[in-house]
Design a protein around this ligand. Structure first.
Ligand SMILES: NC(=O)c1ccc[n+]([C@@H]2O[C@H](COP(=O)([O-])OP(=O)(O)OC[C@H]3O[C@@H](n4cnc5c(N)ncnc54)[C@H](O)[C@@H]3O)[C@@H](O)[C@H]2O)c1
Length: 331
């Protein structure tokens, strides 16, 4: 292909100026390159339209939810809130759950709840900010349970106050738990998925990773970062010459879920932006994982509202934001 030749031998201009072409050969070469480029652009346009129509079709006819029976599903922050609910839901669907939390009591409670309903679960105490602890835990899990096939990076904390009142330690810890921990678990568990070309990585971002919100400057930073990291991992796997199409990625962006994490929510239109129970939110999360969606917001309407208003000049969506007048008050 012309583009490959161009990479190997220098630019097309160099090729033409250096080579001992006759005038006729030079013109033929230019015509050839023009034709190849035109064909490449036509193929690109056809691919784009085909994918666009397929996406519209998939919107109306969503993919069937996959089975998670027999999968080994590791959930960080499984001792409370959405982590616990995900653990219970995936266990009901036949997954073996590896519950990971810094809070041993909550984590053990989740494991007991799963076992009481005849599910399979294991408890591992781990501070996800420690890369060493994660690697040691990963070794133990491999020996005691097996290879993790679904990794759910859920553990998170939320300092909620104006930036200038947020201490250095709070900021660093927020990034360690909400963001860096995702990288450590990926480094620990992705290689096993790559060996088998089978796996699923789920990351908890937030609507605070889609739009900036007051009182949540570091938190927004961590949640925007999670979305960026997930997109980059996706590209790293997609562009690798080996086949990693069996590894799926899902990024979850909930608005406000009633777990106690958001202390002072303020919602002007509760019917439009209702505070969800952890059970309601987890129904959406489990569905998104099983249908292998790339990214969802909870509620889903926020995804489309955001996409639509992002095409306008910056100040336009800000009017909408002011009108909706929702967010979190400082703790
Ligand atoms: N609740 C919401 O409104 C909301 C909205 C958007 C996104 N999220 C995100 O969803 C995820 C879950 O939120 P939640 O509301 O269920 O939280 P939660 O506070 O109910 O539970 C978080 C769990 O993470 C654990 N954890 C905290 N630090 C840890 C560490 N260093 N190592 C291991 N475990 C640790 C806690 O012990 C707890 O069990 C978080 O990432 C959060 O940022 C929550």
């Amino acid at each position: 292909m012309a583009s490959v030749e161009t990479h190997k031998n220098g630019t097309a201009q160099n090729l033409l100026s250096k080579a001992p072409w006759t005038d006729e050969q030079g013109i033929s070469m230019k015509i050839y390159q023009g034709v190849v480029l035109t064909l490449e652009v036509i193929v690109l346009i056809v691919k784009m339209y085909a994918t666009w129509f397929y996406s519209i079709y998939k919107f109306f006819v969503p993919p069937e939810p996959k089975s998670v029976k027999g999968e080994i599903i590791l959930i960080t922050g499984a001792g409370h809130g959405m982590g616990r609910e995900m653990a219970l839901s995936f266990a009901k669907l036949g997954g073996t759950i590896v519950c990971v939390d810094i809070n041993s009591t909550g984590n053990q409670e989740t494991v007991e709840m799963i076992k009481d309903s005849k599910g399979k679960a294991h408890s591992y105490l781990c501070d996800v900010t420690s890369r060493t602890s994660i690697n040691e835990m990963a070794e133990k899990i491999r020996k005691e349970v097996g290879e993790v096939t679904i990794l759910i990076n859920n553990a998170g904390i939320m300092p909620c106050k104006p930036l200038l009142q947020t201490g250095e330690k709070e900021i660093r810890t927020a990034f360690e738990v909400n963001c860096l921990a995702h990288l450590w678990t990926l480094q620990a568990f992705l290689p096993g998925m790559m060996e088998r070309n089978h796996g699923h990585i789920v990351a908890m971002s937030s609507m605070a990773g889609v739009i900036g919100l007051r009182n949540l400057v570091p938190y927004c930073g961590t949640k925007f970062a999670v979305r960026g990291m997930m997109e980059a991992v996706h590209e790293e796997l997609r562009e690798d010459p080996r086949d990693f199409s069996g590894i799926k990625l899902t990024c979850i962006c909930p608005y406000i879920v009633d777990t106690g994490l958001c202390k002072n929510p303020k919602i002007k239109f509760p019917s439009l932006m209702k505070i969800l129970s952890p059970q309601e939110a987890v129904e959406h999360i489990v569905d998104a994982v099983r249908r292998e969606y790339h990214e969802i917001t909870i509620p889903s309407s926020l995804y489309y509202i955001n996409q639509m208003f992002r095409v306008f000049p910056r100040s336009v969506p800000l009017h909408i934001k002011d009108f909706l007048d929702s967010g979190l008050e400082a703790q």
